[in-house]
Design a protein around this ligand. Structure first.
Ligand SMILES: Cc1ncc(COP(=O)(O)OP(=O)(O)O)c(N)n1
Ligand SMILES: Cc1ncsc1CCOP(=O)(O)O
Ligand SMILES: [Mg+2]
Length: 219
């Protein structure tokens, strides 16, 4: 297996849904199925926060979500937990600045997809040097889905990074909805990454579909 080509990565990042059991209003397997029906292009399993599953229960839940993704051809990325990603033979891992070092994670996961969070130019350049396949930049807008989120920087951070020559696949995250996704794409993002816009929606199917329409019509 070779590393993912950056043009393929860019397509996959378009509507990147992130979810764990604590984010969902409905049954999580149903939420993921609806989101896929609505057209999401990538999925990240992020099981954290108060009440999150651990151990065997976390593994079993992840496996069920992964099976849904596999059947529908949606790559399955694991947040933070590199050992879980390896145990499941997931498609990739997403890590942040407070997680395991990106260079070490790259060594551990071989050619699997590696996503790294960046909040500024220095972190973005370090992520690229460490072998990231994409960077996640945010929060762009205020978010209630991450307890320790940094201050929102607005779409300007994306425009700034692009202006500085950062051309790696880049996904924006934090407070993104169908209403503001257009301005995030216009700032230079390859895609948008969301938790609550889909996981907390009365209809995850319709919420995903709206995001998909906005992002793809912006091309
Ligand atoms: C696509 C994407 N971008 C950023 C993050 C945030 O990662 P991190 O900073 O490690 O925070 P946690 O998600 O682990 O709380 C992400 N998960 N996905
Ligand atoms: C994981 C993460 N990293 C930065 S903001 C955020 C939470 C995004 O969730 P939401 O889409 O509900 O704002
Ligand atoms: Mg993390």
């Amino acid at each position: 297996m070779a590393r993912i080509a950056s043009e393929v990565m860019r397509e996959r990042l378009k509507v990147y849904f992130i979810m764990g059991s604590t984010n969902c209003k409905k049954q999580p397997l149903e939420v993921l199925t609806e989101a896929i029906d609505g057209g999401i292009t990538l999925f990240q399993f992020r099981e954290k926060g108060s009440g999150a599953l651990v151990g065997e229960q976390k593994y079993e839940f992840a496996r069920q979500l992964q099976n849904i993704c596999k059947k529908r051809g949606i790559p399955f990325i694991v947040n933070d937990d590199v050992e879980l990603a390896l145990a499941l033979d997931a498609d990739g891992v997403h890590i942040g600045q407070d997680d395991e070092d990106a260079r070490i994670v790259r060594e551990k996961i071989g050619d699997k997809i590696l996503g790294v969070s960046a909040h500024n130019l220095k972190e973005a350049q370090a992520a690229i040097a460490a072998g990231a396949d994409y960077i996640g930049v945010g929060p762009i807008y205020p978010t209630k889905s991450k307890e320790d989120a940094k201050k929102a920087q607005g779409p300007e951070i994306i425009r700034f990074l692009r202006g500085q020559g950062v051309d790696i696949p880049l996904v924006a995250i934090g407070g993104i909805t169908a209403e503001n996704a257009g301005e995030v794409m216009n700032a230079g993002a390859d895609g948008v990454s969301v938790i609550s816009a889909i996981a907390s929606a009365a209809s995850p199917f319709l919420a995903a579909k709206q995001l998909v329409q906005t992002v793809f019509n912006n091309d």
